[in-house]
Design a protein around this ligand. Structure first.
Ligand code: ATP
Length: 308
């Protein structure tokens, strides 16, 4: 497993009939992180995941799992992957443990020890001997994840894992996914159309729309590209802003607001613009960051969420 990436997609393309569902996506997913595929409904997340999990044929391009080409060595690549794409079938009248045992019988080499370990990885050890029909939705989902973990995959792929979960359930999901990346070094790929949930769950995000990759990166970088921050200056006189900004050679665009103006600047530039305002006799009552959420960035990147 020499590659520093757990998963690599190279020019991945999927066509069904004449429709291009995934369009030339190249993406490197680092090991040991929680990676999110974010996009509106129908953007192609499930299709990507199905190809990554070896459940769907690739039309064009390549997928590498720990450097192993899925097309050239399917078994060798896919053995590293555990996935939940549709809701896993669970036997409600059996206990969680019996469900895992039942599944383990179908896969060679899974010990009773590993079953207990998988239950504990998703923090279900306290309830594993209870019947599944007494489980909450979050617990059933955890049992599904434990099942996907039995064969010790180093890549875990979950399609829309937050669906139907309440905030407490989402927090639990976040906690045990973190536990998996931290203790086992597992790489986790999750999909969702919910920005806030992805912000909570993931280290990195790829933003997908109409089968294309719009942007990719660390969550922090997607929120604030480089070190430029949008700020709001509250001033007593905004009539001379244009002149003052040209005095300091600032080409940043600004927007007038009721009691001042908004502008995106680096830290250093904020100090320079502030000094210039004061030197020109303008009273500066406040400089405040304009918080930009992931939602703003997402809407900006996806073109305000309008359909093409
Ligand atoms: N078998 C198929 N035949 C034709 N079109 C398909 C097929 N499967 C998926 N599509 C289309 O491909 C697009 C992407 O679907 P996909 O399920 O991957 O999106 P998604 O991002 O997972 O959406 P959702 O969040 O709704 O699950 C959709 O427009 C869908 O209608």
């Amino acid at each position: 497993m020499g590659s520093k990436y757990a998963l690599q997609l190279q020019n991945l393309t999927k066509k069904i009939g004449r429709t291009t569902i995934i369009d030339d996506i190249t993406l490197n997913i680092p090991k040991g992180e929680v990676f999110g595929l974010l996009g509106p409904n129908g953007s192609g997340k499930t299709t990507m995941i199905r190809m990554m999990a070896g459940l769907m044929k690739i039309t064009k391009g390549e997928i590498f799992i720990h450097g192993i080409n899925i097309k050239k060595d399917f078994e060798g690549a896919i053995k590293h992957v555990g996935a939940i794409v549709e809701n896993p079938e669970l036997y409600k009248f059996l206990t969680g443990y019996q469900n895992l045992q039942h599944y383990a019988r179908m896969v060679p080499g899974i010990s009773e020890e590993r079953i207990k370990e998988a239950a504990s990885l998703v923090k279900l050890d306290q309830r594993i001997y209870d019947k599944v029909d007494t489980y909450s939705l979050g617990m059933r989902q955890r049992l599904g994840v434990a099942q996907a973990l039995l064969h010790r995959p180093s890549v875990l792929i979950l399609d829309e894992p937050t669906n139907g979960l309440d905030p407490a359930g989402i927090r639990e999901l976040r906690d045990y996914l973190r536990h998996l990346t931290d203790t086992e070094g597992t790489t986790v790929v999750v999909s969702s159309h919910m920005l806030l949930e992805m912000e909570l769950l993931c280290d990195r995000l790829a933003i997908i729309r109409n089968g294309r990759l719009l942007d990719e990166g660390h969550i922090k970088d997607l929120i604030h590209s480089d070190d430029q921050v949008p700020v709001r200056f509250n001033v007593d006189d905004k009539s001379r802003i244009h002149d003052i900004l040209s005095q300091v050679n600032s080409k940043a665009k600004y927007k007038q607001i009721m009691d001042g103006f908004e502008i995106t600047l680096s830290k250093e530039e904020i100090a320079v613009v502030n000094a210039a305002l004061v030197a020109n006799g303008i009273k500066v009552y406040g400089i405040n960051p304009v918080t930009k959420t992931l939602e703003d960035s997402f809407l900006q990147i996806t073109g305000d969420g309008e359909d093409e």
